[in-house]
Ligand binder design. Structure first.
Ligand code: PBG
Length: 322
């Protein structure tokens, strides 16, 4: 036999020399949940290993992530019911828990990247990413609120804003608002192909942010669609996105590859809460080797074409990789 592919797999050194895909802590972003209080940590049942953390504990967690070489944190706030309203206006209150957390993290760890989510759902009494008007999510009522929210986040010190709301035209509006306010250096990671996925369940439990009525299907993408992702890509590129994200991760590897082949922008992937929960649950039952499956799934996202990966397993993966 002339062709023996196994020769390239025969020793550790040979396998290392021909490895096509790399994965390191520098590719990873840790999503984390911040809440009010001091020394206050509340476990999230469906996300073992993750808790809602008060700002002091969040700064500690970010310190550990930075020490592990992780690129940054993606912050998601737990907003008290009293501060939720139909227009989610507490999102722009500089004293909300999210913006206080951004300031505290940047003060303690200036070089660590802080990424803020731009969407109304944690702040909305309806649990939607946009404003409900007569039972419909009103795109053009929502976009200026998102732009104001992004400016407030930039002002607090966020390095990157990440609109996850899927309203039309928001990337351009946010870019203009940031530039006008003097934040032309702040990056936009667009949740470009964000699908209406059932894998977000544990996240919504963590933030108590499930839609109170209806679904998110009038703004998040239909999981059946691939060409439509290309359309979103073209729009977000034209509107000034710096990174384009695909979300969820593993069930959408084909879309990550599509973006890699059609865009010269960095592509990010989000291994979402339900993906993490599946790995954890099977691992805790002894049905799979959690550590190995985590690294394999992250490697697959990189192989598909992702540059940065948002994963709840970032700290565990970083420890395994160093
Ligand atoms: C909301 C938002 C969601 C996630 C990130 N930002 C949930 C949703 O759209 O309902 C999900 C992340 C995860 O499941 O880990 N704007």
């Amino acid at each position: 036999m002339r062709q023996r592919p196994r020769r390239n797999r025969s020793t550790h050194a040979i396998r290392g020399a021909v490895r096509e895909t790399t994965l390191g802590p520098e590719h990873l972003v840790l999503p984390a949940f911040v809440q009010e209080g001091t020394a206050n940590s509340t476990p999230i049942a469906s996300m073992p290993g993750h808790s809602r953390l008060s700002i002091d504990l969040m700064v500690e967690l970010c310190g550990r992530a930075a020490d592990a070489g992780i690129a940054g944190v993606a912050l998601f706030p737990v907003i008290p019911d009293l501060d939720k309203g139909p227009r989610g206006l507490s999102a722009i209150d500089p004293e909300n828990v999210n913006l206080r957390a951004v300031r505290a993290i940047k003060q303690a760890l200036p070089g660590f990247m802080v990424i803020c989510d731009v969407a109304l759902d944690p702040y909305s009494s309806d649990g939607h990413d946009g404003v409900l008007v007569n039972g419909v999510i009103d795109n053009d009522e929502t976009v200026p609120l998102l732009a104001a929210m992004a400016v407030a986040q930039a002002k607090a010190g966020a390095d990157m804003v990440a609109p996850s709301d899927m309203m039309d035209g928001r990337i351009g509006a946010i870019r203009d608002a940031l530039d006008l306010a003097g934040y032309s250096h702040v990056l936009i990671n667009s949740y470009c192909a964000k699908y209406a996925s059932a894998f977000y369940g544990p996240f919504r439990e963590a933030l108590d942010s499930s839609p109170r009525g209806g679904s998110k299907k009038t703004y998040q993408m239909d999981p059946t669609n691939r060409r439509e992702a290309l359309r979103e890509l073209r729009l977000d590129e034209a509107e000034g996105a710096d990174w384009v994200m695909v979300k969820p991760g593993l069930p959408y590897l084909d879309v990550i590859r599509l973006f890699r082949e059609h865009s010269s922008l960095p592509v990010s992937a989000y291994q979402v809460s339900g993906e993490y929960a599946m790995l954890k649950a099977a691992g805790q039952n002894g049905w799979i080797d959690y550590d190995a499956c985590l690294l394999e799934s992250l490697t697959s996202l990189r192989r598909a074409g992702a540059d940065a990966i948002f994963t709840y397993g970032a700290l565990e993966a970083a420890a395994l990789l160093t």
